[in-house]
Design a protein around this ligand. Structure first.
Ligand code: MD3
Ligand code: FE
Length: 208
């Protein structure tokens, strides 16, 4: 379903086996070195969703090749199969003409427990305009999609469930968005995940 220009929600895009495989990969990526970490913002705040990065390491508000705000280790590699998954997602959601010419080379993986949230923000640290691909696993959340010019209302709230795909391209790429709540205990029982996990795939536009 199209939520805004360039913003498409595809519920249940990942089947059960694909969800289990992606979760297993995320559990592997969460391990040290350069594993799951708590992100501290320059203002002294703490992000409640914990994060691990592949390809490029995001920290507020730039990208690095090492976990500069974690254990300092080199960032984990971005696997080719994630680029293929990202391109297939964009083609399905926005059509073949929207698939970027440059490969996907960043994954940011956010882990949410029942109390975790993400405030309204824009993703503006990439140097490319390729669509962002978001994949959700585990508990359902309320995803809040806002506007490009202001972080305030009007909002469109969408429930994101395990296996859902969301693609943000074109005019939606720089829109404000956030996660005001997670719904604990709503993950599919067969997945074996307590909490929520979101994988975003991005094109950095950065030179390695
Ligand atoms: C719209 N993640 O990682 S996914 C983020 O569920 C982020 O963890 C949320 O916001 C999460 O930056 C929301 C949906 C999403 C992700 C990236 C976007 C929406 C986006 C980038 C641009 C516009
Ligand atoms: Fe974001």
């Amino acid at each position: 379903a199209r939520v805004a220009p360039g913003a498409v929600h595809a519920p249940g895009w990942l089947d059960g086996d694909e969800q289990r495989e992606l979760l297993a990969a995320c559990r592997d990526w969460a391990r040290p070195p350069a594993g799951l970490r708590t992100v501290r913002t320059p203002g002294g705040g703490t992000m409640t969703a914990r994060q691990v990065c592949l390809g490029w390491h995001w920290y507020p508000y730039a990208y690095a090749r090492t976990a500069v705000d974690g254990d300092g280790s080199p960032v984990k590699p971005f696997p080719a199969w994630l680029d293929e998954l990202g391109r297939r997602a964009v083609a399905d959601a926005l059509g073949p003409d929207a698939v970027p010419a440059t490969p996907y080379d960043i994954a940011l993986i956010n882990f949410y427990d029942g109390d975790a949230r993400m405030g309204m923000h824009r993703d503006a640290d990439e140097r490319a305009d390729a669509p962002v691909v978001s994949l959700s696993l585990g508990d359902t959340c309320v995803f809040r999609f806002g506007n490009t010019g202001t972080r305030t209302r009007p909002y469109t709230d969408v429930e994101l469930r395990s296996g859902d795909l969301f693609v943000f391209g074109g005019p939606s790429r720089l829109a404000y968005h956030g996660v005001p709540r997670v719904r604990p205990g709503t993950a599919p029982p067969w997945l074996g995940l307590a909490g929520r996990l979101n994988v975003t795939l991005r094109v950095s536009g950065l030179q390695r």
